[in-house]
Design a protein around this ligand. Structure first.
Ligand SMILES: [Zn+2]
Length: 318
């Protein structure tokens, strides 16, 4: 079976009501009834509201450990060999000493959860609904973590607001050669996707809005920007009306560099193998196409190391 690679998944989007029966998760300060009621989410407003359930975990990286422990087991069981997981900047201490200690310990713990079966790499993610000063402080932390090898890149997530106010900070990232992912076009149109491309992201998250502008797709193709497309996520938040209309069909027809991801498997109740099956069932994609997609995702990863050494098959020519 093809080893699976997932590039777009959020730590605070892993929580699944089915995990509540685990003793470690059961001890967390969570509203079980509310979480069961609000999962899966339907609609954009419900999606933002869902995150209120994990608010009590925010700022305590250790509280996510029982959840991630279960998720790592799921990934292994589902055949995932490489995952990039986004950690929100609010989970990362502002004090650099504290940050180094906490993230170092978290990384060491994560190594044990990988069990030599799945490589889990971390990205630091942040939203755009902050002041330029706040973003600059986040970037300073991200640069330090990248330097220490504790994160492999940075992701701009959350509500899609203009990036121009963060020019200086994003330039610092580029100067340091930190790989960048930008969520763009999830709900917005081509203009914000075009703006995002000015910051030379190696990957774009969602990019649904880009498909309204053929010229923009040409730019994305020419620059070989990898698109992280998320089927169930887009359907549940309403950014795409139905699966047959999802731009993945166009991405496939145009030969764009793309792969599929779950985004937030908890609120959306989806898995990567499930997303791949939906893609195959709706668009008639062959197993060979799935293999080719995994090779593209592997090539678009941010990590410089292959800690499992087992993904050589993904580098072989199709
Ligand atoms: Zn996302």
């Amino acid at each position: 079976m093809t080893p699976l690679v997932e590039l777009h998944c959020h730590l605070d989007g892993l929580l699944d009501p089915a995990m509540l029966s685990d003793p470690g998760v059961a001890r967390l300060p969570l509203d079980h009834e509310g979480l069961r009621r609000d999962t899966p989410v339907q609609g954009r407003a419900a999606f933002w509201r869902w995150f209120e359930h994990s608010r009590a975990l925010e700022g305590h990286l250790a509280r996510y450990q029982p959840i991630l422990k279960l998720q790592a087991q799921r990934w292994i069981h589902q055949g995932l060999r490489y995952v990039e997981l986004m950690i929100g900047s609010s989970e990362i201490p502002r004090d650099h000493e504290e940050m180094r200690a906490q993230l170092g310990a978290f990384r060491a713990w994560l190594d044990t959860q990988e069990a030599g079966r799945v490589q889990i790499e971390l990205l630091m993610a942040f939203g755009r609904d902050r002041s330029p000063e706040a973003v600059d402080e986040i970037i300073t932390r991200a640069l330090a973590l990248y330097e220490m090898g504790l994160i492999v890149g940075v992701a701009l997530a959350g509500r899609e607001l203009p990036l121009r106010p963060f020019d200086r900070s994003l330039h610092r990232l580029r100067e340091a050669g930190v790989p960048l992912e930008i969520h763009a076009g999830e709900w917005s149109g081509p203009a914000l996707v075009w703006e995002a491309l000015a910051y030379q992201p190696r990957r774009l998250g969602h990019a649904v809005g880009a498909f309204e502008a053929p010229w923009l797709l040409e730019v994305i193709k020419a620059r070989r920007v990898h698109l992280e497309l998320c089927l169930t996520s887009n359907l549940r938040t309403g950014s795409v009306a139905d699966l047959a209309a999802h731009p993945v069909g166009q991405a496939r027809a145009l030969g764009l560099d793309f792969s599929l991801s779950t985004d937030d498997p908890g609120p959306f109740q989806c898995t990567l193998p499930g997303e791949l099956r939906r893609f195959q069932a709706t668009f008639g994609a062959s197993d060979a196409e799935i293999e080719a997609m995994m090779r593209r995702a592997w090539a678009a990863r941010f990590a410089r190391l292959d800690r499992l050494g087992g993904l050589a098959s993904l580098e072989a020519a199709p």
